[in-house]
Design a protein around this ligand. Structure first.
Ligand code: NAD
Ligand code: UDP
Length: 341
């Protein structure tokens, strides 16, 4: 058993679910997060679910000395690196912030890991690394050509991490390319929060469903798909979390850099997702069809067969589960982690 796993960005949406999965599997963890996009309340929620409050260090990963101190204090043997900015639109408006934070924090983390001789790293990459003109389903070797600064930071970090193998043969790197994460912890105590009006489909849908926003805009119904709306591969955050544990297990036996798609392999259209939410909540969603959103690809679906072959991991939860758990979270936490119950 590992001594400690460092979870960077562990109070965020995917990091917190993975923190719970690690604790439930018997790992010891320490979290570093600067709380730039998350709340300390997450630590109490993790404690409620697992009975353990993991040690937490509020710090920016670019503070290399602090990261190094955490490695020494907790005898860390592996790192799951979730920390970073993640909003595509914001990255187009402010690319410098994305390059500085996502790349800067990863370079700092690598430096601290090398100094502490920790060589196992699992990185949160994204389907945005693939070319927007590539045809689904995407395999790991599908052409890469990110079209926005956020995706470019993920691509460049993947290159930098892959290069590490050339300088030290002990590196064990997992590049996990997530498709579209949805859902929440089944208890409703952990979930996704948005600061301001959400941009992504599910958080927006949840706010329309709960009456916080008046109407969902469906960005185009004239695409070349069965119902005219875009298709994505939505994956439950709990399945993603399990994928990280499977990757960590795999890396115990292998060095090198390994990329895996984490998706379901199934496509769901915008309208199908809206209709599933309507079924879960029991009433219609106020919606209108508007023009296409710039930069949207028609279809993005994973071929997750490599993850199954190598990690024995596959997504198990359905679109129904994702919608039910997102709605449970929304109802219990209408104002995210600042809600009281
Ligand atoms: P999130 O914003 O909820 O979590 C990221 C966490 O990192 C936040 O708690 C934030 O405070 C922290 N953070 C950011 N910069 C930091 C820094 N310099 N130092 C310390 N902490 C810092 O995001 P998430 O949805 O949980 O995403 C986790 C990772 O997965 C990100 O790297 C994201 O790019 C990637 N990813 C997310 C999605 C998605 O749709 N949610 C899809 C593909 C990939
Ligand atoms: N979408 C939409 N209305 C919204 C938000 C998103 O119709 O208010 C559509 C969007 O055009 C895309 C799909 O929902 O086809 C998923 O969008 P999201 O932003 O959640 O994920 P991404 O585009 O990053 O895959």
């Amino acid at each position: 058993m590992d001594k400690y796993v460092l979870v960077t960005g562990g109070t965020g949406y995917i990091g917190s679910h993975t923190a719970v999965a690690l604790l439930e599997a018997g790992y010891q963890i320490v979290i570093i997060d600067n709380l730039n996009n998350s709340s300390k309340e997450v630590l109490s929620r993790i404690e409620e679910i697992t009975g353990t409050t993991p040690p937490f260090v509020q710090a920016d990963l670019r503070d290399t000395d602090t990261v190094h101190e955490v490695f020494e204090k907790y005898s860390v043997t592996s790192v799951m690196h979730f920390a970073g900015h993640k909003a595509v639109g914001e990255s187009v408006e402010n690319p410098s912030m994305y390059y500085a934070n996502n790349i800067g924090s990863t370079l700092s983390l690598i430096e601290a890991m090398q100094a502490a001789e920790i060589f196992t790293l699992i990185f949160s990459s994204s389907a945005t690394v693939y070319s927007s003109t590539a045809l689904s389903p995407f395999k790991e070797e599908t052409e890469k050509d990110p079209i926005n600064p956020y995706g470019m930071t993920k691509y460049l970090i993947e290159q930098r991490l892959t290069d590490l193998i050339k300088t030290h043969a002990d590196w064990r790197i997992g590049l996990l390319r997530y498709f579209n994460p949805l859902g929440a912890h089944p208890t409703g105590r952990l979930g996704e929060t948005s600061i301001g009006t959400p941009n992504n489909l599910m958080p927006y849908l949840m706010q329309v469903a709960s009456g916080k926003l008046p109407k969902l805009k469906i960005f185009g119904d004239d695409y070349d798909t069965p119902d005219g709306t875009c298709i994505r591969d939505y994956i439950h955050v709990a399945d993603l979390a399990k994928g990280h544990l499977a990757a960590l297990q795999f890396l115990k036996g292998r060095t090198g850099a390994h990329a895996w798609n984490l998706g379901t392999g199934k496509g769901t259209s915008v309208l199908e997702l809206v209709e599933t939410v309507e079924k879960v909540i029991g009433y219609p969603i106020n919606r209108e069809i508007t023009s296409r959103r710039e930069g949207d690809v028609i279809e993005a679906i994973a071929d997750p067969s490599k993850a199954y072959a190598e990690l024995l991991w596959r997504a198990e939860l359905t679109i129904d589960d994702m919608c039910k758990d997102s709605w449970n979270w929304q109802q219990q936490n209408p104002d995210g982690y600042s809600s009281t119950r």
